[in-house]
Structures are given as C-alpha cells and as structure tokens.
Design a protein around this ligand. Structure first.
Ligand code: GDP
Length: 302
C-alpha cells in the first residue's frame, strides 16, 4: 500500500490517476483551510478528496459537486445572509452533515470515516488531525500588518496583498491521526502530491508527520513548471517563506525527508541543484490519460 498527502487541487488530479490503477492507498488531507461559515463547517480539501474518489467532483474548479444547483445559496442572499463561499445544494448537505455531527461531539476523522462509507469509497481518507489548525497569512496591507485567515487572503482579497509569512496556528499543540500514522508505517512509500507546499502540505507536516516521514521512502511531485505553479498562489507563498518559486524550492521545503522528486521535462536543468534522486517527465495533468500515465510512472519509480 501507499499513503498520499493531499491538498485540494493538484494532488486530487493525481489521485484520479491512482484510483484507475489500484485501490490500496490511503490519503492524509490538509485541514488548515477548514472554517466555520455561519453555522456550516467547511473542510474544503477533505470534501474535494471525497468527491474526487466518488467521481462527483466539479473538475472546473476542483471544489464542490459537478452540476450542482445553488438555490439555497441564492435564497439565503435574498434573506440577507451573504455567504462569501458559494456552496451548492448537494455540497451543502455534506457540509451540514459534518457540522451536525461535530456539534454532537464526533471527531472530524470519525465523521469523514462515515462519509467515506456513505460514498462507497474503498480508500481510507484521513483529515490530518482532529485538532483545529488554521493556516494564516501575515500580510502587509497598505502599510498595516494583519494576520489573515486563508480565505480572507485567497477568496476575499484574491491573494492581492504583500505576504510576509505563513503560519500554522495551533500546530504545536495538534496531533497527527493515529490511524494515519499506522497506515504510513504499513506503506511501501509516502507520496506527496503536486499540492501547494506552503498551504497544503506544510500544514500536514506541521502537526508531526515530518518526523514520521524521516523513516519512510518519500516521493514528491512538483507543483511547479519553470518558475510558476500550474495554478494558485504557491509562487508568492514560497517566496514569502524564503524559498525559490520552482522545483528547487519544493526540494528545499521537503529535503529533511525527501528521497525522490518528480519534476517536469522542461525543468531538466534544475536537476543539478537538487540533492535527492530526481525523475523528469510530463507532470502537467490535463486529461485522465495524463493522470493515469503519471500515476503508473510513479509506481514504476517506486
Ligand atoms: P488547494 O488546496 O486548492 O490549494 O490545492 P493543492 O494545494 O492540492 O493544489 C494546488 C497546487 O496544484 C498548485 O500549486 C498547482 O501548481 C498544482 N497543480 C495543479 N494542477 C497541476 C498539474 O496538472 N500538475 C502539477 N504538477 N501540479 C498541478
């Protein structure tokens, strides 16, 4: 078996590839972007992974359910409750399920396990922790220093602020999930998917998984091609953390435990600056064929 660390866009694409060639893998998912919006608990990356594994995901935005309707969201707006995240009706049911059970005292991992079974998902899906860890962006906004919640930074302000640092609030008190650790121990290797190293993977590492990975074979796929991420704010956030915005920077983030880095053919010349095993291939996943091919190549490398 293998264990995959995931955020909510790049790695889910690769998960679609793995899903087509094997069942025996577990996924540890970032919860650093989880939030309560009004009375609704939103675990964006966990839900994206659940929808990806059950073939319901809206691949246009890698968020929510494909062909969903938005009647409730629009009605709430009419009633004066303007949700800053647009939640679809079917997607809302899953979020209400989480909110209801959390309020009854269930742990997030217990709820996700119920949902995994409801969706007939064979693979194990683990939120990185049952504790609350929040990724926050320390930003300079017109000369004023502010600590922004991730969604304030990315959704409300469209990432258009000077980023000074990124912190994982409460991570030193949070614990990794025992069941995820057991699966990592049983795994032949851990795969860090092509997710944002700063806001998707580092929050997972920050609760203690980094120590566990030191004793495992770890392969990571770069989310960068050249100096730019395939999508999203990873470049800006890498620079704020003092890393290069490219595959070398990805290596630097993971170097304490990384054995193999998969980078794009176009980045071949960066190989000389990376001090672990490097494998070059096409890492852009547009079609299902791309995803399956990359997943198969990763199996072959391992
Ligand atoms: P988030 O939770 O929505 O931020 O999603 P992730 O962190 O899982 O994914 C965002 C990262 O995925 C970005 O840094 C992208 O560069 C990367 N990404 C998206 N599509 C691809 C792809 O096709 N190939 C690779 N290698 N990376 C991708």
């Amino acid at each position: 078996m293998i264990t995959i660390f995931s955020g909510g866009t790049g790695t889910p694409k690769l998960i679609q590839g793995f899903k087509n060639i094997c069942d025996n893998f577990s996924i540890v998912v970032n919860t650093g972007e989880d939030l309560w919006m009004n009375d609704l608990y939103i675990s964006p990356d966990v839900d994206t992974v659940l929808y990806t594994l059950s073939d319901l995901i809206n691949e246009d935005v890698w968020y929510g359910v494909r062909d969903d309707t938005f009647y409730t969201h629009e009605l709430l707006k009419k009633y004066g409750i303007d949700e800053f995240l647009r939640i679809g009706d079917r997607d809302r049911a899953l979020k209400m399920h989480k909110s209801y059970l959390l309020k009854k005292g269930y742990k997030l991992s217990e709820i996700v396990e119920i949902e995994r079974k409801l969706f007939n998902i064979k693979q194990k899906v683990y939120p990185m922790t049952d504790d609350r860890v929040e990724t926050k962006i320390l930003a300079n906004i017109d000369g004023k220093i502010d600590l922004l919640k991730f969604h304030d930074f990315w959704i409300k302000r469209k990432g258009d602020v000077d980023v000074i640092d990124v912190i994982y609030e409460n991570s030193i008190y949070a614990k990794p999930l025992d069941k995820a650790i057991e699966d990592i121990k049983k795994s032949k290797a851990v795969i860090i998917g092509p997710s944002n190293p700063i806001t998707s993977i580092s929050p997972i590492l920050s609760v203690g998984y980094d120590e566990i990975l030191k004793n495992k074979k770890v392969l990571a796929v770069s989310p960068f091609i050249g100096d730019s991420p395939v999508s999203g704010p990873a470049g800006k956030l890498m620079k704020a953390k003092g890393y290069e915005s490219n595959a070398i920077g990805v290596y630097e983030v993971y170097k304490e435990f990384l054995d193999i880095l998969v980078i794009d053919n176009k980045d071949k010349e960066l190989k000389n600056y990376i001090e672990c095993e490097v494998y070059t291939t096409n890492i852009l996943m547009k079609s299902l064929e791309d995803k399956i091919r990359l997943a198969k190549e990763i199996f072959e490398i391992l």
